[in-house]
Write a protein that binds this ligand. Structure first.
Ligand code: PLP
Length: 376
């Protein structure tokens, strides 16, 4: 099996699996309980929070554990909008964000919030100028993704941050799900940031929202005082405890992993360009972990299934929109053709992939194209 779908989810790191297994056995106490088992879970949970904060260069009370990045994004956008309506009701979101951001915006629109969507350019990014022009006196929040999950384009978040913070009442949230551990992230300059464990060889059902102390949020889940009253419900102590190990492992050997993946990406790009009718949709300067391509004569579904039969896992569009047959909104907004936008597949790599796999993938593509009666 060749797994080129790491932007959808990743395998669990053996060390994470081992520690999580131990925690399930030994640390099942409710961290809010006053007895020994509860206190033990609470101590480990708070140590994990402290360690994560240190790695992100923020304060422990600025780490909110959540159940997934979709929840973090919802809390950052809806929770922020509800708590800050007295300052304004205008919100700016990227036009090609993950569904959790897009739908949070749509939800808020029903309740009198004005949401404008920031378009991407032909290279797949939101330019600082676009943000500058969209900012208003009553803009309270700007939320964009660091790296686009379909094509790997990298948004210029440092330049955008300066524009957002020139407006003292506006906050900046960045969805760092696809960039965390792959690119440097200036957490100290962001008001809120989202990270998901299962994209970095951690557990599904585990994520966090980094939220600066000054940022006010309204809880979306009512209940107890857990997570500063922002997320009622008994803490998933084992998952939250193992998240600090997941993050530490993900941040190790960052450059070596990046360079290895870049080599795989470059090789596949070069080889694909030799196949007539192939388009590389990912920008040259995008994150090498994501490579989006189209074959002129084969729809996404046909190619994906043919690769699947050869034991190669890839995605068509992002996984959360993979059940819709429509063209990729991202590619259409980049002024790619309708054909390219309906014929695209996404390869997403990680450090466990090999050059051997890359070579097998290229051979498989050539064979599939030949079998469909197309000329190489
Ligand atoms: N944000 C981005 C950019 C993503 O790619 C994804 C998942 O694909 C998410 C958010 C949602 O992550 P989760 O599955 O943890 O809710």
């Amino acid at each position: 099996m060749i797994y080129f779908d790491n932007s959808s989810t990743t395998s669990v790191h053996p060390e994470v699996r081992r520690v999580y297994g131990q925690l399930l056995e030994t640390t099942y106490g409710n961290p809010d309980s006053m007895h020994t088992l509860g206190r033990k879970a609470s101590t480990l949970l708070e140590t994990s929070r402290k360690n994560i904060a240190q790695m992100l260069h923020v304060k422990p009370e600025e780490i909110i554990f959540t159940g997934c990045a979709s929840e973090s994004n919802s809390l950052a956008i809806i929770g922020y909008a509800l708590a800050n309506a007295h300052r304004g009701k205008h919100i700016l979101l990227g036009a090609v964000e993950h569904a959790s951001v897009e739908h949070a915006g749509q939800w808020l629109q029903q309740f009198g919030y004005e949401v404008d969507y920031l378009p991407i350019n032909d290279a797949g990014i939101i330019t600082p100028q676009v943000v500058q022009e969209a900012m208003r006196e009553d803009t309270i929040l700007v939320s964009i993704m660091h790296v686009n999950n379909e094509i790997g384009a990298i948004n210029p978040i440092e330049a955008i941050e300066k524009i957002v913070h020139a407006h003292p009442t506006c906050s900046f949230h960045v969805d760092c799900v696809q960039s965390f551990s792959k690119l440097p992230i200036p957490f100290e300059k962001l008001d809120m940031a989202t990270i998901s464990a299962h994209k970095i060889h951690g557990l599904k059902g585990s994520a966090l929202l980094m939220k600066k102390k000054k940022v006010q949020l309204m809880p979306l889940i009512q209940g107890g005082q857990q997570e500063q009253g922002l997320r009622g419900g008994t803490e998933n102590a084992p998952a939250n405890i193992v998240l600090s190990k997941t993050i530490r492992l993900a941040l190790e050997h960052q450059k070596e992993k990046y360079d290895h993946v870049k080599k795989i990406n470059t090789y596949i790009r070069q080889e694909l360009m030799k196949i007539p009718g192939t388009t590389i949709n990912s920008p040259e300067d995008g994150l090498p972990y994501i490579l989006n391509i189209s074959f002129a004569e084969m729809t996404s579904e046909v190619l994906m299934n043919a690769l699947d039969q050869k034991g190669i896992c890839v995605s068509a569009k992002s996984t959360c929109s993979s059940h819709s047959q429509s063209a990729s909104k991202v590619l259409l907004m980049m002024h790619k053709s309708e054909k390219e936008a309906t014929h695209m597949i996404r390869l997403s790599f990680d450090e466990n992939n090999t050059m051997e796999e890359a070579k097998t993938f290229i051979e498989a593509c050539k064979e599939i194209i030949k079998n469909y009666g197309l000329h190489l």
